[in-house]
Design a protein around this ligand. Structure first.
Ligand SMILES: [Mg+2]
Length: 367
């Protein structure tokens, strides 16, 4: 059936700016997508590129969404004509609970413009609509028995050791079993030492260098930080081959994040863990497909947000709950929504865990 597609742009503000090796983030621009069918049911999705992180500007995302809108509003459920010898339906994901028409529509949008950050918005809206039509939360559309809770990590945003230690103490008191600290700038060793002292021995400490180090720097820094008890280091350097070299020379497990979109990253055994994101995977369907490939390669998957809005976080929590139905995942970086002004209570973890929203669809209201 054809659908009406509306876009709404808005900005979310972080209560405290987040310092990373790429620079400081204080605001997020988000486009919310509403897909309304002739049946009157609306599904919501969101597109939130983060240019200095994923290289995708809002202008580029809006261009992709305008191409997707042409496909969505002209969709009539008959197979689209062949393009370049392949139909747009070729390569459609297994339809599953999204329905054959939803899966085909998503594939047609991908053929019109493959930008994953924009495709994610369409995918989320289609899943939200499917859940609303069936009266089920998305996690229940994905698997028979999703996990009831998803373990999440706290993120330490303060760049100075004293405030970072205070945030870590607060996270430990709230029951988080894992905290994540950005490294690759300033005095990492002092900050890591302060956070570890504040956490005590029983909370996992995860580091993320966002690719800031060279291979030699990464090996040297990780060896220096290992005595503080590090769960894993995410993206110590940039690129699969460089990460492989680091992994061979340190004891701490390595996770790939930014490099997970390089060719071969999902199937080659680089990194012991792979961090997957709704936005970069083009939505829930793309993320589950990527997760299956990573797990088949013998590595672990965990999910994180790109500081997404409420729909992106809810989608990731549903997907994580579906994956965790087979056994717990390493802590996921999805406790980020309360970092935004006005969202202090939205999808807020309790005891270091998030419960997938129980209402139909994604189960949350758009920002
Ligand atoms: Mg990361």
């Amino acid at each position: 059936m054809s659908m009406e597609m509306q876009l709404h742009r808005h900005t979310l503000t972080l209560s405290d700016p987040l310092r990373t090796a790429h620079g400081e983030i204080s605001r997020r621009e988000i486009v919310t997508v509403a897909l309304r069918g002739r049946d009157g049911v609306t599904g919501w999705g969101e597109c939130c590129p983060l240019e200095h992180y994923d290289g995708v500007s809002m202008e580029r995302a809006l261009l992709a969404l305008s191409r997707h809108r042409e496909v969505v509003e002209g969709w009539d459920s008959t197979p689209p004509p062949a393009r370049n010898g392949r139909t747009a339906r070729g390569g459609a994901l297994a339809a599953g609970a999204l329905g054959a028409d939803g899966a085909a529509l998503l594939a047609a949008c991908r053929a019109a413009d493959p930008l994953p950050q924009a495709l994610a918005a369409i995918d989320l809206a289609l899943w939200d609509r499917a859940g609303r039509l069936q009266g089920k939360p998305v996690a229940m559309l994905l698997v028979d028995a999703p996990a009831q809770r998803v373990v999440v990590n706290a993120t330490i945003s303060a760049p100075d050791p004293e405030r970072a230690a205070a945030q870590a103490a607060c996270a430990a008191a709230q029951g988080f079993s894992c905290v994540k600290l950005k490294v690759g700038f300033g005095d990492d060793e002092r900050r890591v030492a302060a956070v570890r002292e504040s956490l005590g021995a029983n909370v996992a400490l995860r580091l993320d260098a966002n690719g800031a180090w060279s291979v030699e720097e990464a090996v040297e820094r990780i060896r220096a930080l290992e005595p503080f008890g590090i769960e894993l280091v995410e993206e110590p350097t940039g690129g699969l081959e460089a990460i492989r070299q680091v992994q061979q020379r340190v004891d701490t497990p390595i996770a790939i994040d930014e490099s997970a979109d390089q060719r071969g990253a999902l199937t080659q055994r680089v990194g012991q863990l792979v961090c997957l994101k709704i936005s970069r995977c083009g939505g829930i369907a793309g993320l589950l497909r990527s997760a299956a490939l990573v797990q088949a390669s013998g590595r672990s998957v965990y999910l994180a947000s790109t500081l997404d809005g409420p729909l992106g976080i809810a989608a990731a929590v549903h997907a994580a709950a579906a994956l965790a139905g087979d056994g717990p995942l390493p802590a996921c970086g999805l406790a980020t929504l309360p970092m935004f002004e006005g969202f202090e209570r939205a999808l807020a973890p309790r005891g270091g865990e998030l419960v997938p929203p129980g209402g139909p669809g994604l189960g949350v209201s758009p920002a």
